[in-house]
Design a protein around this ligand. Structure first.
Ligand SMILES: Nc1ncnc2c1ncn2[C@@H]1O[C@H](COP(=O)(O)OP(=O)(O)OP(=O)(O)O)[C@@H](O)[C@H]1O
Ligand code: SF4
Ligand SMILES: [Mg+2]
Length: 342
């Protein structure tokens, strides 16, 4: 990404000529529950380009996790189901691969890290065993090669005395250290795409900053693409190239980091940004919050899902859901009114 920026000096031109590493087209996911059908993800489309970091932000239940878990077909099914869409990765529609074909991609080409490392680490196996197994399986390393690489990986993610630590079990590491081990496991096979689903939410602020820094550094070294999911729009400022804002299972705004922070155009994004503390507005007395709650995804409203909470809503907003449309290069918004932040 950086090299192309330097070559072309223009990120709009750059994205237009690049072939996406991942392309999600019109993806929809439903959950069948006793209360009815939950429309968790509602026809979203987006791309991830080589070497870029795409941030996905939105409040709890907006469909962030489901939209990325579907990439590796990790949606709990039943009750979940992908009801429409395509997910293209290196010329293959991942939704059409069989289990064996998908297994080859999981962990090798696409790796994931989650909020709770214990969901991915096996508590009864040493860290060394878990790290080396993946390397032997995906890269056909001998046990000695895998051992050496595992030591190197732990070193790379800043775990002291890696040789000794390989013999430890997950519970013998602190939360921040376990997250580092997870990152080491995810990066072991040098994936082309790293998906990080709120990996720092459970960590304290200092450790959170260290983990973000570590992923940035490794991303720059390995040139991989990253999808980073978070509730925290501020965290993405120094990490992402582009951001998707999700609301009620839809993408409501998609822009470069610069565009999103400078000229947000969806009322929900404007609200999210107003609720962030800013160093240049010291005198601001209280931060604003977005009043109200997201819609019930079982009884999906006919119009814009944000309408009941939106101060800019007009009558038409309650009747028809606005499509996500391009308003300038690299900037798409789903809104009939397109207000400007004041
Ligand atoms: N097992 C399930 N059964 C029923 N509905 C589910 C299930 N898992 C998810 N959903 C529905 O899918 C929607 C999207 O869930 P998802 O986990 O993607 O949200 P999220 O944006 O990642 O939220 P969070 O920030 O809390 O992690 C939820 O609002 C919920 O209604
Ligand atoms: S379409 Fe209407 S209700 Fe929805 S965000 Fe835009 S102004 Fe608000
Ligand atoms: Mg989630």
């Amino acid at each position: 990404m950086l090299i192309l920026s330097l070559l072309f000096g223009n990120s709009d031109l750059m994205l237009n000529i690049m072939i996406p590493l991942l392309e999600v087209k019109n993806l929809a996911i439903q959950f069948v529950t006793l209360d009815g059908i939950v429309q968790a993800v509602n026809g979203i489309s987006y791309q991830v380009y080589p070497g870029e970091t795409l941030g996905i932000v939105g409040e709890s239940g907006s469909g962030k996790s489901m939209s990325v878990l579907s990439i590796l077909r990790l949606i709990p099914s039943p009750p979940g189901k992908i009801t429409q869409g395509e997910i293209w990765f290196q010329g293959k529609n991942l939704l059409q691969l069989n289990a064996q074909q998908l297994q080859k991609i999981r962990g090798r080409d696409i790796a994931m890290i989650f909020q709770d490392p214990m969901t991915s680490l096996n508590p009864v196996l040493t860290i060394g065993k878990q790290l080396t197994e993946a390397l032997q399986l995906h890269l056909k390393f001998t046990s000695e090669q895998a051992q050496n690489r595992a030591i190197q990986l732990l070193q790379q993610v800043g775990i002291p005395s890696p040789e000794r630590r390989l013999k430890n079990y997950p519970h013998e590491f602190s939360g921040g250290m376990r997250q580092r081990v997870m990152i080491a496991m995810a990066l072991g096979c040098q994936p082309q795409l790293l998906i990080a689903d709120e990996p720092t939410t459970a960590l304290d602020v200092t450790v959170q900053a260290q983990v973000v820094e570590l992923v940035k550094q490794l991303r720059n070294q390995q040139g991989m693409s990253v999808i980073w999911i978070t509730h925290d729009l501020a965290l993405l400022a120094g990490l992402a190239d582009r951001i998707l804002v999700m609301y009620a299972g839809q993408i409501v705004e998609q822009a470069t980091v610069h565009q999103l922070y400078k000229t947000p155009r969806h009322p929900y994004t404007i609200g999210l940004l107003k609720s962030l503390p800013r160093l240049d507005q010291i005198r601001q007395e209280s931060l604003s919050t977005i009043e109200g709650t997201p819609p019930n995804l079982i009884d999906y409203p006919p119009g814009c899902p944000f309408a009941p909470r939106c101060q800019f809503a007009i009558e038409h907003c309650f009747q028809e859901n606005p499509p996500l449309e391009q308003i300038e290069p690299n900037h798409k918004v789903a809104c009939w009114v397109l207000p400007r932040a004041t």
